[in-house]
Design a protein around this ligand. Structure first.
Ligand code: PEP
Ligand code: CO
Length: 462
Protein backbone atom coordinates (compact mmCIF):
# COMPACT_ATOMS: atom_id res chain seq x y z
CA UNK A 1 0.00 0.00 0.00
CA UNK A 2 2.77 2.46 0.73
CA UNK A 3 4.67 4.00 -2.13
CA UNK A 4 7.52 6.39 -1.46
CA UNK A 5 6.30 9.07 -3.85
CA UNK A 6 3.24 9.68 -1.67
CA UNK A 7 5.46 11.43 0.81
CA UNK A 8 7.06 13.73 -1.71
CA UNK A 9 5.50 17.13 -2.14
CA UNK A 10 4.81 18.20 -5.71
CA UNK A 11 6.33 21.29 -7.30
CA UNK A 12 3.23 23.41 -6.88
CA UNK A 13 2.34 23.12 -3.22
CA UNK A 14 -0.83 25.15 -2.89
CA UNK A 15 0.90 27.60 -0.52
CA UNK A 16 -1.75 30.28 -0.55
CA UNK A 17 -4.48 27.80 0.27
CA UNK A 18 -6.20 27.02 3.57
CA UNK A 19 -9.30 24.91 4.31
CA UNK A 20 -11.25 28.17 4.68
CA UNK A 21 -9.71 30.20 1.84
CA UNK A 22 -12.84 29.44 -0.23
CA UNK A 23 -14.67 31.91 2.03
CA UNK A 24 -12.94 34.77 0.22
CA UNK A 25 -14.57 33.70 -3.07
CA UNK A 26 -18.12 33.77 -4.32
CA UNK A 27 -19.82 30.59 -3.06
CA UNK A 28 -22.94 29.83 -5.06
CA UNK A 29 -25.59 27.27 -4.07
CA UNK A 30 -25.06 27.79 -0.32
CA UNK A 31 -27.99 28.06 2.11
CA UNK A 32 -28.67 31.14 4.19
CA UNK A 33 -28.37 30.23 7.87
CA UNK A 34 -30.38 32.51 10.15
CA UNK A 35 -28.09 32.37 13.20
CA UNK A 36 -24.33 32.52 12.72
CA UNK A 37 -23.84 31.27 16.30
CA UNK A 38 -25.95 28.17 15.67
CA UNK A 39 -23.85 27.38 12.59
CA UNK A 40 -20.60 27.95 14.52
CA UNK A 41 -21.68 25.55 17.26
CA UNK A 42 -22.53 22.81 14.77
CA UNK A 43 -19.29 23.29 12.83
CA UNK A 44 -17.12 23.23 15.91
CA UNK A 45 -18.68 19.90 16.97
CA UNK A 46 -18.30 18.55 13.46
CA UNK A 47 -14.64 19.47 13.30
CA UNK A 48 -13.87 17.32 16.35
CA UNK A 49 -15.76 14.20 15.18
CA UNK A 50 -13.87 11.27 13.66
CA UNK A 51 -13.53 11.26 9.88
CA UNK A 52 -15.35 8.81 7.62
CA UNK A 53 -12.46 7.65 5.45
CA UNK A 54 -8.67 7.54 5.70
CA UNK A 55 -5.89 9.23 3.77
CA UNK A 56 -4.39 5.93 2.64
CA UNK A 57 -7.70 4.82 1.14
CA UNK A 58 -7.87 8.14 -0.69
CA UNK A 59 -4.37 7.77 -2.09
CA UNK A 60 -5.03 4.18 -3.11
CA UNK A 61 -8.15 5.30 -4.97
CA UNK A 62 -6.16 8.00 -6.71
CA UNK A 63 -3.77 5.33 -7.99
CA UNK A 64 -6.69 3.22 -9.22
CA UNK A 65 -8.25 6.18 -11.03
CA UNK A 66 -4.90 6.75 -12.75
CA UNK A 67 -5.05 3.13 -13.93
CA UNK A 68 -8.57 3.70 -15.23
CA UNK A 69 -7.29 6.69 -17.21
CA UNK A 70 -4.69 4.35 -18.73
CA UNK A 71 -7.39 1.85 -19.74
CA UNK A 72 -6.42 -0.75 -17.15
CA UNK A 73 -9.67 -0.41 -15.19
CA UNK A 74 -13.19 0.91 -15.76
CA UNK A 75 -14.86 3.26 -13.29
CA UNK A 76 -18.44 2.53 -12.22
CA UNK A 77 -19.70 5.46 -10.15
CA UNK A 78 -23.32 5.31 -9.12
CA UNK A 79 -25.99 5.71 -6.52
CA UNK A 80 -28.83 7.97 -5.54
CA UNK A 81 -29.23 11.49 -6.84
CA UNK A 82 -29.61 12.44 -3.19
CA UNK A 83 -29.55 10.22 -0.15
CA UNK A 84 -32.02 11.09 2.56
CA UNK A 85 -31.79 10.56 6.31
CA UNK A 86 -34.94 8.43 6.28
CA UNK A 87 -33.33 6.16 3.66
CA UNK A 88 -30.42 5.43 5.98
CA UNK A 89 -31.56 1.86 6.63
CA UNK A 90 -30.17 -1.60 6.00
CA UNK A 91 -32.53 -2.62 3.19
CA UNK A 92 -31.94 0.41 1.00
CA UNK A 93 -28.19 0.45 1.57
CA UNK A 94 -27.73 -3.25 0.82
CA UNK A 95 -29.99 -3.11 -2.25
CA UNK A 96 -27.95 -0.25 -3.68
CA UNK A 97 -24.79 -2.25 -3.06
CA UNK A 98 -26.35 -5.29 -4.75
CA UNK A 99 -27.13 -3.38 -7.96
CA UNK A 100 -23.63 -1.95 -8.12
CA UNK A 101 -22.15 -5.40 -7.53
CA UNK A 102 -24.32 -6.99 -10.21
CA UNK A 103 -23.47 -4.24 -12.69
CA UNK A 104 -19.80 -4.61 -11.93
CA UNK A 105 -20.05 -8.36 -12.52
CA UNK A 106 -21.55 -7.72 -15.97
CA UNK A 107 -18.77 -5.22 -16.68
CA UNK A 108 -15.93 -7.42 -15.43
CA UNK A 109 -17.19 -10.30 -17.50
CA UNK A 110 -17.68 -8.28 -20.65
CA UNK A 111 -14.82 -5.77 -20.51
CA UNK A 112 -12.25 -8.25 -19.17
CA UNK A 113 -10.78 -5.64 -16.89
CA UNK A 114 -11.15 -4.81 -13.19
CA UNK A 115 -13.98 -2.49 -12.26
CA UNK A 116 -13.43 0.37 -9.86
CA UNK A 117 -16.61 0.76 -7.80
CA UNK A 118 -17.42 4.17 -6.37
CA UNK A 119 -20.77 4.78 -4.70
CA UNK A 120 -22.68 8.03 -4.68
CA UNK A 121 -23.34 7.34 -1.02
CA UNK A 122 -22.33 7.90 2.60
CA UNK A 123 -22.58 11.68 2.22
CA UNK A 124 -24.56 12.56 -0.93
CA UNK A 125 -26.89 14.81 1.05
CA UNK A 126 -26.58 18.28 -0.52
CA UNK A 127 -28.17 19.31 -3.82
CA UNK A 128 -27.69 22.27 -6.16
CA UNK A 129 -31.03 23.77 -7.21
CA UNK A 130 -31.99 25.83 -10.24
CA UNK A 131 -33.94 28.34 -8.12
CA UNK A 132 -33.46 29.54 -4.52
CA UNK A 133 -37.17 29.45 -3.78
CA UNK A 134 -40.21 27.38 -4.64
CA UNK A 135 -43.77 28.70 -4.93
CA UNK A 136 -46.88 26.57 -4.44
CA UNK A 137 -50.40 28.00 -4.41
CA UNK A 138 -49.08 31.50 -3.85
CA UNK A 139 -46.77 30.48 -0.98
CA UNK A 140 -43.02 30.94 -1.52
CA UNK A 141 -40.44 29.05 0.58
CA UNK A 142 -36.73 28.28 0.23
CA UNK A 143 -36.04 25.37 -2.16
CA UNK A 144 -35.22 21.96 -0.73
CA UNK A 145 -31.41 21.68 -0.90
CA UNK A 146 -30.90 18.14 0.40
CA UNK A 147 -31.21 16.65 3.88
CA UNK A 148 -27.87 18.11 4.96
CA UNK A 149 -29.50 21.55 4.74
CA UNK A 150 -33.30 21.39 5.09
CA UNK A 151 -36.29 19.07 4.69
CA UNK A 152 -38.33 18.31 1.54
CA UNK A 153 -41.76 18.96 3.15
CA UNK A 154 -43.25 22.22 1.94
CA UNK A 155 -43.52 23.98 5.31
CA UNK A 156 -41.66 26.95 6.77
CA UNK A 157 -40.16 24.85 9.55
CA UNK A 158 -38.95 22.10 7.25
CA UNK A 159 -37.46 24.41 4.61
CA UNK A 160 -35.44 26.39 7.17
CA UNK A 161 -31.69 25.76 6.82
CA UNK A 162 -30.91 23.95 10.07
CA UNK A 163 -27.23 23.61 11.17
CA UNK A 164 -28.11 20.60 13.37
CA UNK A 165 -28.54 18.71 10.09
CA UNK A 166 -24.77 18.93 9.52
CA UNK A 167 -24.24 16.63 12.49
CA UNK A 168 -27.04 14.33 11.45
CA UNK A 169 -25.54 14.14 7.95
CA UNK A 170 -22.20 13.13 9.41
CA UNK A 171 -23.90 10.49 11.59
CA UNK A 172 -25.93 9.00 8.71
CA UNK A 173 -22.83 8.98 6.48
CA UNK A 174 -20.88 7.18 9.20
CA UNK A 175 -23.65 4.61 9.71
CA UNK A 176 -23.87 3.98 5.97
CA UNK A 177 -20.11 3.66 5.68
CA UNK A 178 -19.97 1.34 8.66
CA UNK A 179 -22.66 -0.93 7.25
CA UNK A 180 -21.06 -1.05 3.79
CA UNK A 181 -17.69 -1.90 5.30
CA UNK A 182 -19.23 -4.58 7.55
CA UNK A 183 -21.13 -6.18 4.67
CA UNK A 184 -18.01 -6.34 2.54
CA UNK A 185 -15.78 -7.60 5.32
CA UNK A 186 -18.42 -10.19 6.19
CA UNK A 187 -18.33 -11.72 2.70
CA UNK A 188 -21.33 -10.01 1.06
CA UNK A 189 -19.27 -9.30 -2.06
CA UNK A 190 -17.87 -12.84 -2.24
CA UNK A 191 -17.66 -13.95 -5.87
CA UNK A 192 -18.38 -17.52 -4.75
CA UNK A 193 -21.86 -16.38 -3.76
CA UNK A 194 -23.28 -13.93 -6.29
CA UNK A 195 -26.73 -15.15 -5.23
CA UNK A 196 -26.31 -12.98 -2.10
CA UNK A 197 -26.78 -9.98 -4.42
CA UNK A 198 -30.08 -11.10 -5.93
CA UNK A 199 -32.96 -8.74 -5.44
CA UNK A 200 -36.26 -10.44 -4.73
CA UNK A 201 -38.36 -8.52 -7.22
CA UNK A 202 -36.24 -9.31 -10.29
CA UNK A 203 -37.00 -13.01 -10.62
CA UNK A 204 -39.23 -12.32 -13.59
CA UNK A 205 -37.04 -9.67 -15.16
CA UNK A 206 -36.62 -9.89 -18.94
CA UNK A 207 -32.87 -9.64 -18.27
CA UNK A 208 -32.72 -12.40 -15.65
CA UNK A 209 -31.81 -15.18 -18.10
CA UNK A 210 -28.89 -13.30 -19.62
CA UNK A 211 -27.60 -12.29 -16.19
CA UNK A 212 -27.83 -15.81 -14.76
CA UNK A 213 -25.97 -17.34 -17.71
CA UNK A 214 -23.18 -14.85 -17.17
CA UNK A 215 -23.01 -15.52 -13.43
CA UNK A 216 -22.83 -19.26 -14.09
CA UNK A 217 -19.91 -18.62 -16.46
CA UNK A 218 -18.09 -16.61 -13.81
CA UNK A 219 -18.73 -19.28 -11.14
CA UNK A 220 -17.16 -21.86 -13.49
CA UNK A 221 -14.14 -19.62 -14.04
CA UNK A 222 -13.71 -19.09 -10.28
CA UNK A 223 -13.83 -22.85 -9.66
CA UNK A 224 -11.38 -23.46 -12.49
CA UNK A 225 -8.88 -20.91 -11.16
CA UNK A 226 -9.10 -22.31 -7.64
CA UNK A 227 -8.66 -25.86 -8.88
CA UNK A 228 -5.53 -24.74 -10.73
CA UNK A 229 -4.25 -22.90 -7.68
CA UNK A 230 -5.09 -25.88 -5.47
CA UNK A 231 -6.63 -23.58 -2.85
CA UNK A 232 -9.25 -20.83 -2.49
CA UNK A 233 -8.09 -17.50 -3.94
CA UNK A 234 -8.59 -14.86 -1.25
CA UNK A 235 -9.10 -11.95 -3.65
CA UNK A 236 -12.30 -13.59 -4.95
CA UNK A 237 -13.88 -13.14 -1.53
CA UNK A 238 -14.03 -9.37 -1.37
CA UNK A 239 -14.17 -6.27 -3.52
CA UNK A 240 -13.52 -2.71 -2.54
CA UNK A 241 -16.00 0.13 -2.56
CA UNK A 242 -15.13 3.79 -2.45
CA UNK A 243 -17.43 6.70 -1.66
CA UNK A 244 -18.12 9.97 -3.44
CA UNK A 245 -20.42 12.93 -3.12
CA UNK A 246 -20.80 16.42 -4.54
CA UNK A 247 -18.63 18.77 -2.50
CA UNK A 248 -21.34 21.40 -2.41
CA UNK A 249 -21.90 22.64 1.12
CA UNK A 250 -18.44 23.99 1.79
CA UNK A 251 -18.81 24.57 5.54
CA UNK A 252 -19.44 20.84 5.92
CA UNK A 253 -16.50 19.86 3.69
CA UNK A 254 -14.20 22.29 5.49
CA UNK A 255 -15.05 20.87 8.91
CA UNK A 256 -13.97 17.42 7.74
CA UNK A 257 -10.80 18.62 6.01
CA UNK A 258 -7.90 17.42 8.12
CA UNK A 259 -4.16 16.91 8.28
CA UNK A 260 -2.94 13.44 9.14
CA UNK A 261 0.30 12.15 10.65
CA UNK A 262 3.11 11.27 8.24
CA UNK A 263 1.41 12.90 5.25
CA UNK A 264 1.86 16.36 3.85
CA UNK A 265 -1.09 18.54 2.93
CA UNK A 266 -4.80 18.33 3.62
CA UNK A 267 -7.40 15.65 2.98
CA UNK A 268 -11.17 15.81 2.79
CA UNK A 269 -11.91 12.88 5.08
CA UNK A 270 -15.70 13.07 4.56
CA UNK A 271 -15.40 11.07 1.34
CA UNK A 272 -12.80 9.45 -0.87
CA UNK A 273 -13.79 11.22 -4.06
CA UNK A 274 -15.56 14.61 -3.94
CA UNK A 275 -16.80 16.14 -7.17
CA UNK A 276 -17.55 19.69 -8.28
CA UNK A 277 -21.05 20.02 -9.77
CA UNK A 278 -21.75 21.75 -13.06
CA UNK A 279 -23.28 24.80 -11.41
CA UNK A 280 -20.34 25.38 -9.08
CA UNK A 281 -17.40 24.87 -11.45
CA UNK A 282 -16.41 28.54 -12.01
CA UNK A 283 -12.63 29.01 -12.07
CA UNK A 284 -12.74 31.91 -9.62
CA UNK A 285 -15.53 30.42 -7.50
CA UNK A 286 -15.34 29.02 -3.98
CA UNK A 287 -15.72 25.34 -4.96
CA UNK A 288 -12.72 25.25 -7.28
CA UNK A 289 -10.76 27.18 -4.63
CA UNK A 290 -11.66 24.64 -1.93
CA UNK A 291 -10.95 21.58 -4.09
CA UNK A 292 -7.61 22.74 -5.45
CA UNK A 293 -6.03 22.47 -1.99
CA UNK A 294 -7.07 18.99 -0.92
CA UNK A 295 -5.19 15.85 -1.90
CA UNK A 296 -8.25 13.73 -2.78
CA UNK A 297 -8.94 12.80 -6.36
CA UNK A 298 -11.46 15.32 -7.73
CA UNK A 299 -14.34 14.89 -10.16
CA UNK A 300 -15.44 17.82 -12.31
CA UNK A 301 -18.82 17.85 -14.06
CA UNK A 302 -18.82 19.37 -17.54
CA UNK A 303 -22.02 20.63 -19.15
CA UNK A 304 -22.68 21.78 -22.70
CA UNK A 305 -21.75 25.41 -21.89
CA UNK A 306 -18.06 24.76 -21.10
CA UNK A 307 -15.56 26.32 -23.50
CA UNK A 308 -12.30 24.45 -24.19
CA UNK A 309 -10.01 27.28 -22.98
CA UNK A 310 -12.04 27.67 -19.77
CA UNK A 311 -11.72 23.95 -19.16
CA UNK A 312 -7.95 24.06 -19.60
CA UNK A 313 -7.72 26.84 -17.00
CA UNK A 314 -9.74 24.82 -14.47
CA UNK A 315 -7.54 21.78 -15.14
CA UNK A 316 -4.47 23.94 -14.47
CA UNK A 317 -5.98 25.23 -11.21
CA UNK A 318 -6.98 21.79 -9.95
CA UNK A 319 -4.04 19.76 -11.17
CA UNK A 320 -1.03 22.01 -11.83
CA UNK A 321 1.39 19.08 -11.53
CA UNK A 322 -0.55 16.86 -13.92
CA UNK A 323 -0.70 14.25 -11.19
CA UNK A 324 -2.14 10.94 -12.49
CA UNK A 325 -5.54 10.05 -11.02
CA UNK A 326 -6.11 13.51 -9.61
CA UNK A 327 -8.78 14.67 -12.06
CA UNK A 328 -11.81 12.92 -13.51
CA UNK A 329 -13.80 14.88 -16.09
CA UNK A 330 -17.44 13.81 -15.97
CA UNK A 331 -19.26 15.06 -19.06
CA UNK A 332 -23.05 15.36 -18.98
CA UNK A 333 -24.06 16.97 -22.22
CA UNK A 334 -27.43 15.53 -23.21
CA UNK A 335 -28.14 13.11 -26.05
CA UNK A 336 -29.11 15.90 -28.41
CA UNK A 337 -26.01 18.06 -27.94
CA UNK A 338 -23.09 15.75 -27.08
CA UNK A 339 -22.04 15.30 -30.71
CA UNK A 340 -21.43 19.05 -30.98
CA UNK A 341 -20.22 19.94 -27.50
CA UNK A 342 -17.93 17.08 -26.46
CA UNK A 343 -15.43 16.81 -29.37
CA UNK A 344 -13.90 20.31 -28.91
CA UNK A 345 -13.24 19.50 -25.24
CA UNK A 346 -11.71 16.13 -26.07
CA UNK A 347 -9.47 17.73 -28.68
CA UNK A 348 -8.35 20.57 -26.41
CA UNK A 349 -7.47 18.29 -23.49
CA UNK A 350 -5.76 15.81 -25.76
CA UNK A 351 -3.71 18.58 -27.40
CA UNK A 352 -2.71 19.92 -23.97
CA UNK A 353 -1.26 16.53 -23.07
CA UNK A 354 -2.96 16.70 -19.64
CA UNK A 355 -3.72 13.40 -17.92
CA UNK A 356 -7.40 13.02 -17.06
CA UNK A 357 -9.88 10.21 -16.66
CA UNK A 358 -12.93 10.74 -18.88
CA UNK A 359 -16.25 9.60 -17.50
CA UNK A 360 -19.76 9.90 -18.99
CA UNK A 361 -22.79 10.91 -16.92
CA UNK A 362 -25.66 10.21 -19.32
CA UNK A 363 -28.27 11.24 -16.75
CA UNK A 364 -28.07 14.96 -16.02
CA UNK A 365 -28.20 16.27 -19.59
CA UNK A 366 -31.35 14.26 -20.24
CA UNK A 367 -33.73 15.38 -17.50
CA UNK A 368 -37.12 16.60 -18.69
CA UNK A 369 -40.35 17.71 -17.07
CA UNK A 370 -43.52 16.21 -18.54
CA UNK A 371 -46.75 18.14 -19.03
CA UNK A 372 -47.96 16.56 -15.77
CA UNK A 373 -45.08 18.26 -13.93
CA UNK A 374 -43.27 14.93 -13.33
CA UNK A 375 -39.49 15.01 -13.76
CA UNK A 376 -38.22 12.06 -15.78
CA UNK A 377 -35.51 10.78 -18.12
CA UNK A 378 -35.99 8.56 -21.13
CA UNK A 379 -33.89 5.40 -21.19
CA UNK A 380 -33.49 5.85 -24.97
CA UNK A 381 -31.79 9.24 -24.41
CA UNK A 382 -29.56 7.91 -21.62
CA UNK A 383 -28.56 5.03 -23.84
CA UNK A 384 -28.01 7.29 -26.83
CA UNK A 385 -25.76 9.69 -24.92
CA UNK A 386 -23.65 6.81 -23.64
CA UNK A 387 -23.37 5.22 -27.08
CA UNK A 388 -22.39 8.52 -28.65
CA UNK A 389 -19.83 9.13 -25.90
CA UNK A 390 -18.01 5.86 -26.73
CA UNK A 391 -18.02 6.75 -30.42
CA UNK A 392 -16.88 10.36 -29.94
CA UNK A 393 -13.98 9.29 -27.72
CA UNK A 394 -12.95 6.66 -30.26
CA UNK A 395 -12.99 9.29 -33.02
CA UNK A 396 -11.02 11.81 -30.93
CA UNK A 397 -8.37 9.29 -29.89
CA UNK A 398 -9.31 9.64 -26.21
CA UNK A 399 -10.62 6.93 -23.89
CA UNK A 400 -13.95 6.77 -22.10
CA UNK A 401 -12.85 5.17 -18.84
CA UNK A 402 -15.96 5.30 -16.71
CA UNK A 403 -19.64 5.96 -16.27
CA UNK A 404 -21.51 8.01 -13.64
CA UNK A 405 -25.12 7.00 -13.00
CA UNK A 406 -28.07 7.75 -10.77
CA UNK A 407 -29.63 4.46 -9.78
CA UNK A 408 -31.31 2.60 -6.98
CA UNK A 409 -31.81 -1.02 -5.99
CA UNK A 410 -35.51 -0.38 -5.47
CA UNK A 411 -38.31 -1.19 -7.88
CA UNK A 412 -38.97 2.44 -8.76
CA UNK A 413 -40.57 3.85 -11.89
CA UNK A 414 -38.84 7.19 -12.41
CA UNK A 415 -37.13 6.88 -15.82
CA UNK A 416 -39.22 5.96 -18.89
CA UNK A 417 -38.42 3.03 -21.22
CA UNK A 418 -35.96 0.19 -20.67
CA UNK A 419 -36.54 -3.57 -20.81
CA UNK A 420 -40.02 -3.30 -19.32
CA UNK A 421 -40.78 -0.16 -21.30
CA UNK A 422 -42.07 2.05 -18.49
CA UNK A 423 -44.58 4.49 -19.99
CA UNK A 424 -45.62 7.96 -18.87
CA UNK A 425 -48.70 6.48 -17.20
CA UNK A 426 -46.52 3.80 -15.55
CA UNK A 427 -44.31 6.39 -13.81
CA UNK A 428 -46.95 6.91 -11.13
CA UNK A 429 -46.71 3.32 -9.81
CA UNK A 430 -43.52 3.81 -7.79
CA UNK A 431 -42.09 7.30 -8.24
CA UNK A 432 -40.14 7.99 -5.02
CA UNK A 433 -37.35 10.45 -5.77
CA UNK A 434 -37.56 13.90 -4.19
CA UNK A 435 -34.97 15.19 -6.67
CA UNK A 436 -33.78 13.54 -9.91
CA UNK A 437 -35.29 10.40 -11.49
CA UNK A 438 -33.11 7.31 -11.05
CA UNK A 439 -32.60 4.11 -13.04
CA UNK A 440 -34.20 1.14 -11.36
CA UNK A 441 -32.40 -2.18 -11.02
CA UNK A 442 -33.35 -3.50 -14.44
CA UNK A 443 -32.57 -0.32 -16.28
CA UNK A 444 -29.18 -0.14 -14.55
CA UNK A 445 -28.32 -3.71 -15.49
CA UNK A 446 -29.44 -3.09 -19.06
CA UNK A 447 -27.09 -0.13 -19.24
CA UNK A 448 -24.19 -2.26 -17.95
CA UNK A 449 -24.89 -4.75 -20.74
CA UNK A 450 -24.93 -1.90 -23.24
CA UNK A 451 -21.56 -0.58 -22.03
CA UNK A 452 -20.05 -3.99 -22.67
CA UNK A 453 -21.39 -4.04 -26.22
CA UNK A 454 -20.35 -0.47 -27.01
CA UNK A 455 -16.86 -0.72 -25.67
CA UNK A 456 -16.17 -3.72 -27.86
CA UNK A 457 -16.23 -6.22 -25.01
CA UNK A 458 -17.71 -9.70 -24.98
CA UNK A 459 -21.37 -9.93 -25.92
CA UNK A 460 -23.23 -10.93 -22.76
CA UNK A 461 -25.79 -13.09 -24.53
CA UNK A 462 -24.75 -16.71 -24.67
C1 PEP B 1 -25.83 15.51 -9.69
O1 PEP B 1 -24.87 14.78 -10.00
O2 PEP B 1 -26.76 15.14 -8.93
C2 PEP B 1 -25.91 16.87 -10.29
C3 PEP B 1 -26.66 17.82 -9.79
O3 PEP B 1 -25.19 16.95 -11.41
P1 PEP B 1 -24.73 18.20 -12.30
O4 PEP B 1 -23.88 19.06 -11.43
O5 PEP B 1 -23.97 17.52 -13.40
O6 PEP B 1 -25.98 18.87 -12.80
CO1 CO C 1 -28.97 14.34 -9.83
Amino acid sequence: MSSPERHVQPVHVQQDWKPDSWQRRVAVQQPQYEQASELETALSSLSTLPPLVTSWEILTLKGLLAEAADGKRFLLQGGDCAESFSDCNSGLISNRLKVLLQMSLVLVHGLRKPILRVGRFAGQYAKPRSTDTETRDGVTLPSYRGDLINGPEFTTASRRADPARLLQGHACSAMTMNFVRALIDGGFADLHHPEYWDLAWVEHSPLAGEYRRMVAGIADAVRFMETLAGQPIASFSRVDFYTSHEALLLYYEQALTRQVPRQWGWFNLATHFPWIGMRTAALDGAHVEYCRGIRNPIGLKLGPGVAPDALLRVIEALNPDDEPGRLTLIHRMGAGTIAGTLPPLLQAVRASGRRVLWCCDPMHGNTETLGSGVKTRRFANIRSELEQAFELHAMAGTRLGGVHLELTGEDVTECMGGARDITEAGLARAYKSTVDPRLNYEQALELAMLIVRKSGGMPTTG
